[in-house]
Design a protein around this ligand. Structure first.
Ligand SMILES: [Zn+2]
Length: 409
């Protein structure tokens, strides 16, 4: 029997503007812990903490929705502690929204011995090696204890680069069956939103079939999953475009695991609204600054005497000059700190997260102003110093399919 999730949604969605050229949308999604503006980037706070940042700092950057990992929280502090404290918002003193993954992807990617059967994901406990099982019901129960504003269904996710077609078909159908079990097991649909996840690898027909099945279940939001696993960018874009073409206008669309600025800007043009990725925070710990002129490795000796801000176009507390109430931190200072002092990683994490949040805020303003195609052109122009020969072919091709020609003068 078809399970319907929508009757009791804890989310309302307002479409504010649509780009008249591309498929970009600006919208507002009202969640239990307040409204969020889309398109948006969601930073990943794995263990209920963004490495190097306090909840106050994350809030000051303008973040109103961040990710927690169910797998990590389920292991530690564990479900009993989460229930005792009243969920993850209280645990981390975060009064804004939280999205949690199902826990499945982390298991499959972290634990080599994980085995997937119709029942769920079987694995050995990383603590004591005892056999454990994550089922759709268990994932829902954990996410209900966490109290996340958006919960993700347990899905059968395999690498898009897998050559095993039969396995890909099986995973897609199983993900639909597991969604039904998740809907059935979800205890609080009136206060937590369950999102479905579209699977189907790089096979566009399989993706279309999955979209049809998932949309029927009427969940409050829809994710496109299984991407960002090393597939060719052109194929990634084809999947996103194929899915958004069929998705209802009035639901948020989340493309999972995407965080490179160029991927975000192109995916928004293809009609996606939400993104998450550990890359901006992880790469900060290696001295990499994500900027409007591309990614800079500040460990490079050339920055030793560079007394300009990390990004002159950035308004984050780290880049903003002291006169404007910021820290006025220079590339030279981060170069000096990085690798030696955790403070270097800390300020860069702050900058990188702010950069991506702000990129999406600016994209939203451009969509509302009706200037998104110009925004896209300026964005690529700045990164590649307007040298069109340097523009990535996949981005040029993908943008052409939605009416933006980056090569045109
Ligand atoms: Zn900055």
């Amino acid at each position: 029997m078809l399970k319907m999730a929508q009757q009791k949604a804890a989310l309302s969605f307002e479409l504010v503007a649509k780009c008249s050229v591309t498929r970009a949308r600006a919208s507002t999604m009202i969640l239990p812990h307040g409204p969020v503006e889309l398109p948006m980037f969601m930073p990943v706070a794995t263990q209920a903490s963004l490495k190097g940042l306090t909840p106050e700092q994350l809030e000051s950057l303008g973040c109103r929705l961040c990710l927690n990992n169910t797998y990590h929280l389920g292991l530690k502090p564990g479900q009993a502690t989460l229930d005792a404290v009243g969920g993850a918002h209280r645990l981390q003193s975060w009064n804004h929204n939280i999205l949690t993954d199902s826990g499945g992807f982390q298991m499959v990617s972290l634990l080599k011995l994980a085995k997937i059967t119709e029942e769920g994901v079987r694995f050995l406990s990383p603590h004591d090696g005892s056999p454990m099982l994550l089922t759709p019901e268990h994932s829902m129960s954990l996410q209900n204890s966490i109290g996340s504003d958006i919960m993700m269904q347990l899905d059968d996710v395999i690498a898009t680069t897998s050559p095993d077609k039969d396995r890909m078909v099986e995973a897609m159908h199983r993900s639909v069956r597991w969604l039904d079990r998740c809907i059935e097991a979800h205890k609080y649909p009136e206060k937590q939103n369950l999102f479905c996840i579209i699977q189907g690898g790089l096979d566009l027909d399989l993706r279309r079939e999955c979209v049809k099945e998932m949309v029927k279940r009427d969940t409050p939001g829809i994710a496109i999953g299984g991407l960002s696993g090393g597939e060719e960018k052109a194929k990634y874009c084809a999947v996103v475009r194929t899915c958004t073409e069929m998705l209802p206008d009035m639901k948020p669309r989340y493309v999972m695991g995407v965080g490179y600025p160029e991927d975000l800007v192109v995916s928004v043009a293809l009609g996606a609204d939400m993104f998450d990725c550990v890359w901006p925070t992880r790469t900060a710990r290696f001295g990499n600054a994500v900027t409007s002129k591309g990614t800079l490795n500040l460990r490079h000796a050339s920055y030793a005497a560079d007394f300009t801000p990390v990004d002159e176009d950035c308004g984050c507390p780290c880049c903003r000059p002291e006169e404007a109430g910021g820290l006025g931190i220079t590339k030279a200072y981060i170069h000096h700190l990085t690798g030696k002092e955790t403070a270097g990683a800390h300020v860069l994490t702050m900058h990188n997260v702010y950069y991506l949040l702000d990129l999406m805020r600016k994209a939203r303003m451009a969509i509302i102003a009706g200037t998104y195609p110009d925004f896209v052109k300026e964005f690529f122009g700045k990164i590649y110093s307007y040298d069109k020969a340097e523009y990535p072919v996949w981005a040029v091709d993908a943008l052409k399919t939605v009416g933006v020609d980056l090569t045109e003068t």
